[in-house]
Design a protein around this ligand. Structure first.
Ligand SMILES: *Cc1c(COP(=O)(O)O)cnc(C)c1O
Length: 430
C-alpha cells in the first residue's frame, strides 16, 4: 500500500480553496472527536445540524411564549400556514410545481398515504414492480398494502435483483421486467437512490416504461432529495415521498414530504383524509363531508409540527443559497475524488470492492472482503463517523454542503491505517 503523500493534502487544500461552496461548511455543527471535529461521512443517514436551527427554534418558542394559541395567526411565521414555508424550496429541489409538494408526516406514513391513493389493484391490473433489497420500511409498506387488498404477496410483488456477480441494477433489466408484466402492472415503485448500493436510478426511463404499460410510477426519494438532481414534474412521476433528515439536514425524525403530480390534482383520488387536507376556507366549520384542498396539500392529515420544522427550514435556506446545480457539481467531484483515493489504496481489490456504480449521488458503499467490522471499528475509534450495514458494507457519504476535499484525503489516510492495523493484529494472533 502506498503512503498518502503530503502532496495530496496540499492538493486537497487547493481544491477546497477553489470550491465555491466552501463557505457553507461553517453553517453546520460538526460532532467532536476529542479536541477536534470528527470526520463526518454520515449525511446519508443523518445530516448535520445547521447553526441557524437553534435561532429558528427559539423564534417559535418565543412566539408560543408571547402569543399562546394566537401564534397560529400572529408573528413572523403564523403556525396555521407554517407548512407553506417549505413549499418553494421543496419544489425547487424536486423539480416540481409548488402545488405538487407538501411537507408533512414521516416518510413511511406518506408512502402509505400514496399507496392508498395510487395502488388500486383490479383483477387484471394488480402487480407492483420494485427493487429487491428495498429499504425494510418500504418493503413492509408494500407487503401490508398488498395484504390489505387481500392479494397474495408472491403473485403480486415482482422484485428485480442485480444479475449474478453484479451489485447494481441495469436499467434495461428494469424496463424489460416492466414490459414483460405489461398490463398486469398497477404500480412501479423504486427508490431514487438505493440506500445500500448508492445507485441513482433512471427515474425518467422507469417512469416512461411504467406509463407505457398503463401503470403508475412512484419513487421513494429518501436518499435522493438534496443529493441528486430531480425533475419530478417534467418526468411525469405520479407520486414521490421522502424524509428530510438525510441529505436535507432536517434533524432526527424531521418532517417528511410528498409529491403528487399536477395531472392527478383534479381527479379527487381516494385517500385517507384528515382535517388539514380539507378545504382551507371552511376547515374550521368542523362539518362532516371531506372536500380536499387542491394539490398535494389535500393529502395532509394533521396540523404541522412547528417545532420540528425549524431545523429543516434552516437547512432549506442553505440549499436555496447554494443551489442544487452547484451542489451536484461539487458532489460529483468530491465523491469521484474519494473513489480515486480509495481505489489507489487497494488497486487489486483485495480488501474491498466499491459496489456503488457511477450513476450515484454523494455515497460510496464499500463491500469489505475481510474484517469489515474490525476495520470499521478502527475508523470509528479514530474519529470517522461513517455507517456500517450488515453483513459487510461500509457506507461513506461525502456531503458536498459540508464535507471538504481535505476530509476525503484524511479519510483515505485513516482507511490505509485501518487496513494496516487490522492486518497486523491478525498476524499477531495467527
Ligand atoms: C431512511 C429511509 C426510510 C425511513 O423511514 P421513516 O419513515 O422516515 O422512518 C424509509 N425508506 C427509505 C428508502 C429510507 O432510506
Amino acid at each position: 500500500m502506498k503512503k498518502i503523500a503530503v502532496l495530496s493534502l496540499a492538493q486537497a487544500r487547493i481544491l477546497d480553496r477553489r470550491d465555491s461552496l466552501r463557505k457553507f461548511r461553517t453553517a453546520f455543527h460538526f460532532p467532536r472527536h476529542g479536541r477536534t471535529s470528527a470526520l463526518y461521512f454520515c449525511g446519508n443517514s443523518l445530516g448535520l445540524l445547521p447553526k441557524q436551527a437553534a435561532m429558528l427554534l427559539k423564534e417559535e418558542t418565543d412566539q408560543w411564549k408571547k402569543f399562546g394559541v394566537e401564534g397560529h395567526f400572529r408573528g413572523k411565521r403564523p403556525w396555521m400556514t407554517y407548512h407553506r414555508q417549505f413549499t418553494a424550496s421543496l419544489a425547487q429541489i424536486t423539480g416540481a410545481l409548488p402545488s405538487e409538494v407538501v411537507a408533512m408526516n414521516q416518510l413511511t406514513v406518506n408512502l402509505h398515504l400514496m399507496l392508498t391513493s395510487f395502488y388500486r389493484p383490479t383483477s387484471q391490473r394488480y402487480r407492483i414492480i420494485a427493487e429487491a433489497g428495498a429499504f425494510s420500511s418500504d418493503r413492509y409498506a408494500i407487503e401490508s398494502q398488498i395484504r390489505l387488498h387481500g392479494l397474495s404477496l408472491s403473485d403480486t410483488l415482482v422484485e428485480i435483483s442485480p444479475r449474478t456477480g453484479e451489485h447494481a441494477l441495469r436499467t434495461e433489466d428494469i424496463l424489460s421486467t416492466i414490459r414483460q408484466h405489461g398490463a398486469t402492472v398497477a404500480l412501479v415503485l423504486f427508490s431514487g437512490v438505493q440506500y445500500y448500493s448508492g445507485q441513482y436510478f433512471d427515474i425518467a426511463s422507469i417512469t416512461k416504461a411504467a406509463h407505457d404499460v398503463g401503470a403508475f410510477a412512484g419513487f421513494d426519494l429518501a436518499h435522493a432529495i438534496g443529493n441528486v438532481p430531480l425533475e419530478l414534474h417534467d418526468h411525469g412521476v405520479d407520486f414521490a415521498v421522502w424524509c428530510s433528515y438525510k441529505y436535507l439536514n432536517g434533524g432526527p425524525g424531521a418532517i417528511a414530504g410528498a409529491f403528487i403530480h399536477e395531472q392527478h390534482h383534479q381527479k379527487n383520488l381516494p385517500r385517507l383524509a384528515g382535517w388539514w387536507g380539507h378545504e382551507e376556507k371552511n376547515r374550521f366549520a368542523m362539518r362532516p363531508g371531506f372536500t380536499p384542498m387542491a394539490g398535494a396539500e389535500g393529502w395532509q392529515l394533521s396540523n404541522f409540527p412547528v417545532m420540528s420544522g425549524t431545523a429543516l427550514l434552516a437547512s432549506l435556506a442553505i440549499f436555496r443559497k447554494a443551489g442544487m446545480k452547484a451542489i451536484r457539481q461539487k458532489s460529483i467531484r468530491l465523491t469521484g475524488y474519494c473513489e480515486a483515493i480509495l481505489t489507489s489504496l487497494d488497486p487489486q481489490q483485495q480488501h474491498f470492492l466499491i459496489i456503488t456504480p457511477s450513476d450515484r449521488g454523494a455515497q460510496l458503499s464499500l463491500l469489505m472482503k475481510h474484517d469489515g467490522r474490525a476495520i470499521f471499528d478502527w475508523l470509528t475509534h479514530k474519529g470517522v463517523i461513517a455507517d456500517w450495514r450488515e453483513p459487510d458494507v461500509i457506507r461513506i457519504a461525502p456531503a458536498p454542503l459540508y464535507n471538504s476535499f481535505e476530509d476525503v484525503v484524511r479519510f483515505g489516510d485513516l482507511m490505509q491505517g485501518a487496513l494496516k492495523a487490522v492486518a497486523k493484529r491478525k498476524k499477531r494472533h495467527a
